[in-house]
Design a protein around this ligand. Structure first.
Ligand code: GAP
Length: 512
């Protein structure tokens, strides 16, 4: 069986080899945790954005989009709480000199115990076969019960320490649990300190005249400060939402695991403004909508789970993550947060401007409550790549690298290939491509043996290959080869556009 870490390494090298993701400024040996998207990567990224935008904005009459500036007035971040509270607790190991997020060390400790319980369950299943009663096993097995107790006790102490930002208590917990540095194996830790994650820079060119401004750590604040602009000019009625896709920046203490945790990344966020008191109804609604959006892609239903937040962010009264089974295990892919009226009220206070909505049905004005959905585009990209990438055995010791990306998201929808470079086949192939490229992203390939060309397209994730051969010139038919099944069907050129267009359409995802 392929180990998960090896799988991540394979995905990283495949991404580079085929132009999905490159280390940033690689000719200068790269910049830690910063990546560039290549020729196929940018197409996949754009398609994910389109899927999200269509599902959130175009499919909802009461949601509209914005594209706000990355730089915002510095008071924005004072009001939002980021200047004072957007911190991570960090701890250094004195022997390895490695720096860690203290809360992540603790979470990983708990996850390891969970995996121990899962192993016990697997052992039980093997031993008792069909007679195995998982529920009873979990409720009675002494090893499971001991580990479960340890999880509960640890989580309880974690919650108390994190919620009160008690750095000493976090340190004591790490020491009591005898957590070791994964690199040096030692327990020689520094104290826990707070570290603000915002990048700052200066606006203005005159010395002494400059103001400190921040690179936004989330796109959401660009939505909040435009709440009234959009509500009034768009004549929006509550409940309504504002969506945005854009870059965000965080000076992460530990930025690693490829594009999972970067210092510059992209978010797709939506703030849904509701009547105070209605927020839990809409929180449940968006949890369901978002998990359905993910599942429609067919990456595997059992690869998702909800995880309720133990430590609520300074603005939330309920929050959960949609976690995805990445090559590194289950990790946060998307957050759904009930943010109360915190942000709008804070902006009212700091700006001195009213940010209220007059509700004609209630005949009163109020500051709306907000339910937010926030997904990392780069993490979504990694989820798609990691579930799609496989090395498939073809028999006779042969293998193929396959990216079974959902067709609607695939960088190229179709590869057009003449069987040979002569006899008028390239001209016919080009004619077919010219007719299709207006709607579908096509790639032309006439180089090398057909089998080899198919393999390259499989590795790029192109769902369909169209082969133009000598029969095409006689009866105007071509073969369509399916990436996943490798089966071929012969169809008339006049129907080709429609057939492939249907197979790769986003409609199916949006209506499923
Ligand atoms: N506006 C709410 C907010 O920003 P968050 O949970 O901090 O919430 C939302 O971030 C999403 O952004 C996460 O679920 C994750 O997918 C993505 N994200 C956060 N930090 C990231 C990073 N350093 N690199 C890549 N994606 C990140």
């Amino acid at each position: 069986m392929v180990q998960k870490d090896d799988n991540l390494k394979d995905i990283i090298s495949h991404s580079k080899e085929y132009g999905f993701v490159f280390p940033s400024s690689e000719i200068y040996d790269g910049l830690a945790a910063t990546y560039d998207y290549g020729q196929l990567g940018v197409e996949l990224k754009n398609n994910i954005k389109e899927y999200w935008w269509k599902a959130m904005v175009h499919m909802h009459e009461n949601i509209v989009g914005v594209d706000s500036a990355i730089f915002m007035h510095p008071t924005t971040w004072k009001a939002s709480g980021h200047v004072d509270a957007f911190n991570d607790p960090l701890i250094d190991n004195k022997d390895s000199k490695k720096r860690y997020r203290a809360d992540v060390l603790l979470e990983e400790f708990v996850e390891k115990i969970r995996q121990k319980i899962q192993k016990e369950v697997e052992k039980g299943k093997k031993r008792f076969g069909d007679d195995f009663d998982e529920e009873q096993f979990l409720a009675t097995n002494p090893n499971v019960l001991r580990n479960q107790k340890k999880i509960e006790e640890t989580e309880e102490r974690m919650r108390a320490a994190l919620e009160s930002s008690d750095l000493e208590a976090i340190y004591n917990l790490i020491v009591d649990l005898e957590i070791v540095c994964p690199v040096s194996g030692s327990k020689n830790w520094t104290e826990v300190r707070q570290f603000n994650l915002m990048f700052s820079t200066e606006l203005g060119s005159v010395a002494g005249d400059a103001a400190t401004i921040y690179l936004r750590p989330e796109t959401a604040q660009g939505i909040f400060v435009n709440f009234l602009n959009v509500q009034k000019t768009g004549r929006m009625k509550i409940p309504f939402g504002i969506a945005q896709i854009g870059k965000a920046f965080r000076n992460e203490i530990v930025a690693r695991q490829f594009i999972f945790r970067m210092r510059e990344f992209e978010q797709m966020e939506m703030q849904f403004f509701v009547r105070p008191g209605d927020e839990m109804k809409w929180y449940d609604y968006w949890k369901e909508q978002r998990i359905n959006w993910h599942k429609a892609l067919g990456l595997g239903e059992d690869r998702y789970r909800f995880h309720d937040h133990m430590k609520l962010a300074h603005y939330a009264n309920a929050a959960c993550d949609i976690e995805y089974d990445f090559p590194m295990g289950f990790k946060e892919l998307e957050g759904i947060h009930s943010r109360t009226d915190f942000d709008l009220k804070q902006h009212e206070e700091h700006s001195g401007k009213k940010l209220q909505y007059f509700d004609p049905e209630l005949n009163e004005s109020y500051v709306p409550y907000v339910v937010e959905t926030s997904i990392g585009l780069d993490r979504m990209f990694l989820a798609v790549l990691s579930s799609s990438y496989k090395m498939e055995d073809l028999g006779d010791g042969k293998q193929r690298a396959l990216l079974s990306i959902p067709p609607a998201l695939a960088p190229y929808k179709v590869a057009i290939m003449p069987l040979t470079k002569k006899d008028g086949l390239p001209e016919k192939a080009r004619e077919i491509m010219d007719a299709m490229k207006l709607d579908l992203n096509c790639i032309y390939d006439e180089k090398g043996a057909a089998g080899r060309r198919y393999r390259i397209q499989d590795a790029m994730g192109t769902p369909y290959c169209v082969m133009v051969d000598h029969q095409t010139l006689e009866d105007n038919t071509v073969t369509i080869r399916d990436r996943d099944t490798m089966e071929q069907e012969r169809v008339n050129v006049d129907d080709l556009h429609q057939i492939i267009g249907d197979k790769v359409a986003m409609h199916k995802l949006l209506t499923s």
